[in-house]
Design a binder for this molecule. Structure first.
Ligand SMILES: Nc1ncnc2c1ncn2[C@@H]1O[C@H](COP(=O)(O)OP(=O)(O)OP(=O)(O)O)[C@@H](O)[C@H]1O
Ligand SMILES: [Mg+2]
Length: 1108
């Protein structure tokens, strides 16, 4: 649970000056001192933060502190700059209100530190991410760069900002930073050429000389020795606690992070070096013939080096230091410069060079840090501007600065009152008019366009004729004498009031924060801010892009005879823009106070602080804030804080918070005029009332603490007592139990002893009785046993005797019966017993035969010829029959495995067997040869493609046969192709069809009985095919060819079956002749080959080798 705290808790003094009672300057300072002594450097005036410079590092800016203040209400924790930063950031992020943080205070009061703290807090609490972190880093790193070029050691502050700075940080809708814009105001450029005693020039000069490498210094033509440069003060070149060399590295690094290119950094350093060189240029007078003095450069070495650095032609710059050209309309007049004028020109150039460089730096940083997106941004502006300055000798700068503060005070009053008024309207509280001093009249005195001091100054600067600071004062005396806030010796004199504290060359303005005396000397000069045109033109001619950029008015093509706007005019314009900008934003104020002049911790110089409290108008602040109601608080925290003061609201109020507060106030009888009920807040008019409530609360808290203590102590004692009581009961119970257990055990053991004796005695008595009884029983039993034994043995003898008699009778009876039966059945035995024995024997033999056969059956192969041997002759027939049946059965089994193709093959083989078996000697050798059919692979062989196409039908067989020539009996190779319809003979080589015989024309086929392959195809007489006669052919696959032809004939329905003649002599019709073909057994000389020879015209003899 989050602990709700309040600013009012553990307060040292009062955390909010609005609650100061009584309110006076003394009590104000006393409160500040009390807090300062306790290291409480922040105090509020309402929502304004007063910050005292501690001049030491306090442990209040740690990341833990950031977390502590993050997302907490402003008045919830003790005053801190983080509370203000958090309030501003949350209001920007959550309520979409643009914010500005206005930090004021005198030099060394801690404004720049405060602005950095605000920026670092916002950076710590806003979003994270690579891009966001880069933006944050660039925004934060712009500070070291600007501080190096714009800050200097002064007597009041070792790191005094010598320019005003306003930085707009831009955020997106999520509150992540997008970028920023920096505006700078009035750099104290006079410091470049001259510094008061004990002060230094801008940091960058010293940083460059001590931090740059030898190489860099050589390139910039610089020496490390500070004493070599006129523009650098020597007495305070080294500041304790300031490490210029390390800072130079920081600045270089920061420039890199911000996005400066290396050549840009070099250009900037060149310009810085050029300013130093410029300071070393010295002049000497030289008399001219017309009697006037003319200046001459003493030693041209520095000028030369500077010109080399900036790329300027030496003679051009030399001339610009010697002459001044005044252009008026069409005229150009050149006058020589005397030594004083030359020095003036040199210093003016150095100041301008440096201040323009500074403005360029700001512009360049802006370019880098500007937000990239074009969406609407939320803006938080941080203004770190010089505070009110009252010195002994106040000049133009103080006048300008104080004018700016006057404007800021005005906007403060306006916005504070406006805010107050808006809150009253929002809360429905009646608005009571607030009396306060409005400084608009002072602003008007300074900035009025017609007769304001700045307008007068401009008028005087532009007026032709002799114009001096004195003529300007005269003008003021005439125009502003009547003004109630303007005083001068003359205006007082006119009122017959002599004021010796007012010198003649001064005027005094009564600012809201006090009277300031201004010396008019230098006003005109500083306002004019004159740089001779010759010098700006010389600069423009430089061969250095940055210098060229800085002096655009030196461009001869753009000669502008109009005077440039005066410094006062420019400042007034930029202040006016700033004010307009601030008015659109929600203001947050940080008022910085410097506690002492020694830059030392723990020293509280009252007079100095009183002075600052006055000119910062802090009392005014408090009064404005307290004019209506001093304190306001929303109902919920108010009820939470004071509810213990009323019985009805304590400890819980169930209704609405406002009603609870009303009940509370009524119960406490707070006078009605002391407070008002707003819509969401209660407004308390007087701090007294708040302190009354706080005091009552404190007392009540004490009472409550006592009550809580009382109840707690009572509860603690009671609990202790109850615990003791409970413990005592437990202890007593345990003890009683223990004692009873002991007693019981004693009684129990005694009882056991007595019992054991009694039982022993009883047992022994019983044992004796039992033993006696047992002996009696044993005696009786023994007697009975002997008696029964005697009886039993007698009975046994009798029974044995009886059984022996019975058995003898049975045996005798059996023998007698046997004799009787044998005698009776002897005559039937031979007729039946022989047949039965025979049947039984036969049955036994059969059984043995079948079982033997079953166990010795041959394999399932149809060609297996094995069969068990016959065992009995009388079973011969059955044995053969069983062999046949078994063979048929296994053939059937074998056949049933056949596919259709195999079946067809076997059918062909079967048919071949029917045709040729035992008729032709060739047949047995063909049995083992498979019928392949297409021996030529005619459909696949590309050689026979044509032939294959010529035959329409399916080719049943393709083989090469020999066609026997009847003239000489020699054979010619022919392809033999029988189909279902015809028989084709074709040339073996060409595949050309030689003859095609339709099957119906084929009547018979003749073959020999021998083992030759000759066959004759006989054709139907008179058919077209028969013209050339029959064919006598021979083939190695004769059996297959004839079987196939026969099968075709068997399946054909449209013709007769092909007849097959098997004889060793047959006739063949060759054209007209019939020739007899005769087969003879060949002589051995012919070897194994079949030969065919023509014997005569009518006989062809085929000699076949004899078969074994
Ligand atoms: N909150 C702080 N904690 C510790 N030291 C501080 C704090 N604020 C300021 N200082 C010290 O005071 C010195 C001056 O502060 P800073 O430069 O912020 O003053 P300034 O108001 O900006 O002065 P100027 O108007 O001259 O620029 C710092 O260098 C630092 O040493
Ligand atoms: Mg500063």
């Amino acid at each position: 649970m989050e602990v709700k705290t309040s600013l009012l808790d553990n307060m040292i003094g009062v955390g909010d000056m609005v609650l100061l009672e009584p309110l006076s300057e003394d009590s104000f300072l006393e409160n500040l001192k009390k807090r300062f002594d306790h290291s409480e450097i922040y105090t509020y005036i309402g929502s304004v933060v007063i910050s005292m410079n501690p001049y030491r590092s306090l442990p209040i800016y740690t990341p833990d502190k950031v977390e502590e203040y993050r997302n907490r209400n402003f008045y919830e924790l003790s005053p801190h700059i983080y509370a203000l930063a958090d309030e501003a950031y949350r209001s920007l992020r959550d309520q979409d209100k643009d914010q500005c943080i206005l930090i004021t205070g005198e030099s060394g009061a801690g404004k720049t530190e405060a602005s950095k703290l605000v920026m670092s807090y916002v950076a710590a609490v806003c979003g994270k991410g690579q891009e966001v972190n880069k933006v944050k880093e660039q925004l934060l790193q712009s500070n070291p760069v600007l501080e190096a070029f714009g800050n200097a050691k002064t007597v009041r502050n070792d790191n005094s900002s010598r320019f005003g700075k306003y930085m707009d940080i831009e955020f997106d809708f999520k509150g992540d930073p997008l970028g920023g814009v920096i505006s700078n105001y009035l750099l104290e450029k006079s410091r470049v050429v001259k510094q008061p005693r004990g002060e230094r020039n801008f940091h960058v000069f010293y940083q460059l000389l001590s931090g740059a490498s030898d190489d860099t210094l050589k390139k910039l033509r610089l020496h490390r020795d500070v004493s070599k440069y006129n523009y650098l003060s020597l007495d305070s070149a080294v500041v304790s606690g300031l490490d210029d060399a390390a800072n130079f590295r920081t600045v270089r690094n920061a420039m890199q992070i911000v996005g400066f290119m290396e050549d840009e950094v070099q250009s900037v350093l060149q310009l810085v070096a050029a300013v130093l060189k410029l300071g070393n240029i010295e002049f000497k007078p030289e008399s001219r013939c017309n009697g006037t003095d003319e200046s001459r450069i003493k030693d041209k070495n520095d000028l030369k080096e500077m010109c080399e650095l900036l790329g300027i032609e030496q003679s051009v710059l030399e001339r610009a230091f010697s002459y001044r050209t005044v252009e008026a309309k069409l005229e150009k007049v050149s006058t020589t410069l005397n030594v004083a004028q030359a020095y003036y020109a040199r210093d003016a150039l150095a100041k301008n060079l440096y201040s323009r460089l500074f403005t360029w730096l700001v512009t360049r940083i802006n370019e880098s840090i500007k937000a990239q997106t074009k969406t609407r941004h939320k803006v938080m502006g941080v203004l770190d501007i010089y505070g009110f300055e009252i010195f002994e000798d106040n000049s133009f700068e103080q006048f300008i600065i104080n004018y700016c503060n006057e404007k800021l005070q005005q906007i403060f009053i306006e916005l504070t009152l406006r805010e107050e008024q808006e809150e009253y309207v929002r809360e429905g509280i009646e608005w009571t008019n607030i009396e306060y001093f409005n400084n608009a009249v002072i602003c008007d005195l300074i900035e009025n366009n017609k007769n304001g001091i700045l307008a007068m100054l401009d008028e005087e600067c532009l007026r032709p004729g002799t114009v001096t600071d004195e003529t300007f004062l005269d003008k003021l005396n005439t125009v502003c004498a009547e003004h109630q806030h303007f005083e001068s010796r003359l205006s007082k004199n006119s009122k017959f009031l002599t004021d010796h504290s007012l010198p003649h060359n001064c005027f005094r303005i009564q600012h809201y924060a006090g009277k300031v005396l201004y010396r008019v000397e230098g006003f005109m000069d500083k306002n004019n801010d004159l740089l001779y045109r010759d010098l700006s033109q010389a600069m423009y001619k430089a061969n250095h892009s940055l210098i060229k950029q800085l002096f655009p008015e030196g461009n001869p093509a753009k000669v502008n005879l109009k005077r440039p706007p005066t410094a006062g005019f420019q400042f007034r314009a930029s202040v006016s823009t700033l004010m307009k900008n601030l008015q659109t934003k929600n203001p947050n104020y940080i008022r910085c106070i410097k506690p002492n002049d020694k830059k030392a911790p723990h020293i509280f110089t009252e007079s100095l602080i009183r002075h600052q409290v006055r000119y910062l108008g802090l009392m005014e602040n408090v009064r404005v804030r307290r004019a209506g109601y001093a304190f306001r608080q929303t109902y919920e925290p108010c009820l939470e804080r004071y509810k213990m003061l009323c019985k009805r609201t304590w400890p819980h109020w169930r209704g609405r918070a406002r009603e609870g507060v009303e009940v509370l106030m009524a119960d406490l009888q707070v006078p009605a005029e002391e407070f008002s009920y707003g819509r969401s807040k209660i407004f308390i008019r007087n701090p007294r009332t708040l302190f009354f409530l706080e005091e009552r609360r404190r007392q009540c808290l004490q009472d409550l603490a006592t009550l809580i203590q009382k109840i707690y102590r009572g509860w603690k004692c009671r609990s202790h007592f109850l615990l003791l009581k409970k413990s005592q009961i437990v202890v007593a119970a345990w003890y009683r139990r223990y004692a009873q257990q002991k007693k019981y055990q004693r009684i129990k053991s005694a009882t056991t002893v007595v019992q054991s004796y009694a039982r022993g005695w009883q047992a022994r008595k019983l044992l004796r009785e039992l033993k006696y009884q047992k002996r009696c029983e044993e005696a009786a039993t023994t007697i009975a046993a002997y008696w029964h034994g005697t009886q039993a043995r007698m009975e046994l003898r009798r029974l044995k005797q009886e059984a022996r008699s019975k058995h003898a009778v049975t045996v005798i009876w059996a023998y007698w019966q046997g004799t009787k039966v044998r005698r009776e059945y002897r005559k039937f035995f031979r007729a039946h017993a022989g047949k039965k024995i025979y049947d039984f024997t036969i049955q036994r033999i059969m059984q043995k035969y079948f079982l033997g056969l079953r166990n010795n059956l041959p394999s399932m192969s149809p060609i297996d010829k094995n069969w068990p041997a016959r065992t009995y002759l009388f079973l011969d027939g059955a044995h053969a029959e069983l062999r046949r049946i078994f063979h048929l059965w296994r053939c059937k089994k074998y056949r049933s495995q056949f596919t259709e193709e195999r079946k067809a093959v076997y059918e062909e083989k079967l048919e071949a067997s029917e045709i040729f078996k035992d008729k032709k000697a060739l047949y047995p050798s063909s049995v083992s040869q498979p019928f392949k059919g297409d021996y030529l692979e005619i459909s696949k062989n590309p050689k026979y493609q044509k032939l294959n196409n010529a035959v329409d039908e399916k080719v049943l067989l393709a083989d090469v046969v020999n066609k026997i020539n009847r003239a000489n009996g020699k054979g010619t190779a022919r392809i033999f192709l029988p189909t279902k319809k015809s028989v084709v003979l074709a040339d073996q080589k060409t595949g050309q069809v030689k003859a095609s015989v339709p099957l119906p024309d084929l009547t018979s086929v003749s073959v020999s009985t021998q083992s030759d392959g000759f066959f004759a195809l006989k054709l139907k007489e008179g058919s077209a095919s028969a013209v050339k006669g029959d064919f006598l052919l021979s083939s190695e696959h004769l059996i297959e060819i004839i079987t196939k032809l026969h099968r075709i004939g068997a399946t054909a329905t449209d013709r007769e079956q092909l007849s097959i003649d098997i004889s060793d002599e047959f006739l063949v019709q060759f054209k007209q002749d019939k020739v007899c073909v005769k087969f003879v057994q060949g002589a051995p000389k012919n070897g194994n080959s079949v030969s065919c020879k023509r014997k005569n015209n009518r006989l062809l003899e085929v000699s076949v080798p004899a078969t074994a």
